[in-house]
Design a protein around this ligand. Structure first.
Ligand SMILES: *[C@@H]1O[C@H](CO)[C@@H](O)[C@H](O)[C@H]1NC(C)=O
Ligand SMILES: *[C@@H]1O[C@H](CO)[C@@H](O)[C@H](O)[C@H]1NC(C)=O
Ligand SMILES: *[C@@H]1O[C@H](CO)[C@@H](O)[C@H](O)[C@H]1NC(C)=O
Ligand SMILES: *[C@@H]1O[C@H](CO)[C@@H](O)[C@H](O)[C@H]1NC(C)=O
Ligand SMILES: *[C@@H]1O[C@H](CO)[C@@H](O)[C@H](O)[C@H]1NC(C)=O
Ligand SMILES: *[C@@H]1O[C@H](CO)[C@@H](O)[C@H](O)[C@H]1NC(C)=O
Ligand SMILES: *[C@@H]1O[C@H](CO)[C@@H](O)[C@H](O)[C@H]1NC(C)=O
Ligand SMILES: *[C@@H]1O[C@H](CO)[C@@H](O)[C@H](O)[C@H]1NC(C)=O
Ligand SMILES: *[C@@H]1O[C@H](CO)[C@@H](O)[C@H](O)[C@H]1NC(C)=O
Length: 301
């Protein structure tokens, strides 16, 4: 009786869990459908947890990517391949994301391997990447950037949009994610997703790791842990008039080693960032759930 009273509360709350958090305003995988990302740090596997904090050394090499076949019915009931995307919404600076999105990885035709003993199926590319994995490299004077990895179901309607043919190993900036998803017919709901932070500030050791909600050496500065951050409006218009309005790439890199043509101004409001990442969203969510459950129990008594 008591648990039956609590059950509708559970059902009402669990669908709101998404990766990345809905308040980011970016595409989000429903039902907390985690994409399993594993980096190798000097031979030690690091399985990424949501909103984890890293130094640049951890994410320097292409990770393995897997879908959690045994955990999610939406994944296990799908037979086809996946499109993998990795984007940085915070380039060049979280407070001034003029290069949003930087495309870090774009790989179509990712085929799930046989299910491993841990219940996951590794995604294996059967074609060349459109844009091969590029390691996170935020400027040394930037707060940590968010990096989001998505796997989308590559349904039979998928076609690579001609307007995006220009993205490749060298052209990475101002990738319009929603336009790409619309034109490719992938839809705006990823099959699975994961996100984490990376900083290359001078105080941050290359192999630094901290759990969600943690703090980098030197503080989190303008790191965006809730909400989308500043919105961007297209600042560059394509030279050639066309039916679509894709922002052109500026050719600039997110890396500080690039030509250094950033025109941003630092606001330096170090106080604005606090540990309000997804972990604390979950803690708040859990608190709400516990309160709701105990109320349901009290009512049932
Ligand atoms: C939602 O996730 C839970 C595990 O977290 C899983 O048991 C359930 O099957 C998932 N639902 C769908 C529709 O994938
Ligand atoms: C998966 O593939 C098998 C064999 O090719 C087929 O019988 C089955 O209907 C497929 N399931 C889905 C959900 O597409
Ligand atoms: C898969 O991608 C890697 C780079 O990530 C590439 O070297 C390899 O050739 C690709 N495999 C196929 C079958 O195209
Ligand atoms: C991190 O910054 C250092 C300079 O402090 C630079 O030498 C290195 O290339 C940067 N690493 C990455 C991955 O951007
Ligand atoms: C593919 O396109 C057809 C025709 O527009 C549509 O009926 C179908 O639902 C689409 N399939 C998927 C998986 O989106
Ligand atoms: C990058 O590719 C996009 C999409 O094809 C294109 O619109 C843009 O002009 C390219 N940028 C550069 C710097 O070549
Ligand atoms: C990538 O595409 C751009 C145009 O978007 C082109 O100028 C450049 O040569 C291409 N680079 C490679 C490696 O194909
Ligand atoms: C991205 O494309 C959408 C249309 O799908 C458009 O509304 C939006 O302004 C574009 N964003 C940028 C930054 O160009
Ligand atoms: C970072 O440093 C570059 C020069 O190295 C400068 O142009 C830029 O304004 C600085 N940005 C911030 C946010 O401090």
């Amino acid at each position: 009786m008591r648990f039956h009273a609590a059950l509708p509360v559970l059902l009402a709350i669990s669908p709101s869990l998404a990766i990345p958090p809905p308040d980011f305003g970016f595409p989000e995988a429903p039902n907390d459908t985690a994409l399993s990302i594993t980096y190798q740090n000097h031979g030690d596997p690091i399985l990424v947890t949501e909103a984890e904090l890293f130094g640049v050394g951890i994410t320097s090499e292409q990770p393995t990517v897997a879908v959690e076949t045994s955990r999610f019915q939406s994944i296990s009931s799908y037979n086809g391949s996946y499109v993998l995307l990795m984007v940085d919404p915070d380039a060049r600076y979280p407070q001034d994301p003029t290069s949003r999105f930087i495309l870090h990885w774009l790989q179509t035709d990712m085929t799930p391997d046989a299910q491993a003993p841990d219940g996951t199926s590794q995604l294996i590319n059967s074609t060349q990447p459109r844009a091969p994995y590029r390691n996170p490299s935020p400027p040394t004077n930037s707060s940590a950037h968010r990096y989001i990895l998505y796997a989308f179901f590559q349904h039979e309607n998928f076609t690579f949009p001609p307007a995006f043919e220009g993205y490749n190993a060298t052209n990475r900036t101002n990738f319009n994610l929603t336009l790409f998803l619309d034109e490719s017919k992938l839809g705006r709901t990823p099959a699975a997703a994961m996100y984490f932070f990376v900083s290359n500030e001078t105080q941050v050791p290359q192999d630094f790791t901290a759990a969600a909600g943690g703090t980098y050496p030197g503080g989190n500065g303008d790191m965006i842990t809730a909400g989308p951050g500043p919105s961007i409006t297209p600042t560059t218009t394509p030279a050639s008039a066309g039916p679509s309005t894709i922002a052109t790439g500026s050719g600039s890199s997110e890396s500080s080693s690039a030509s250094g043509t950033a025109t941003s101004t630092a606001t330096g409001s170090a106080s604005s960032a606090s540990a309000t990442g997804s972990a604390s969203h979950k803690i708040v969510g859990l608190g709400v759930l516990l309160v709701a459950c105990s109320m349901a129990l009290l009512n049932g008594v």
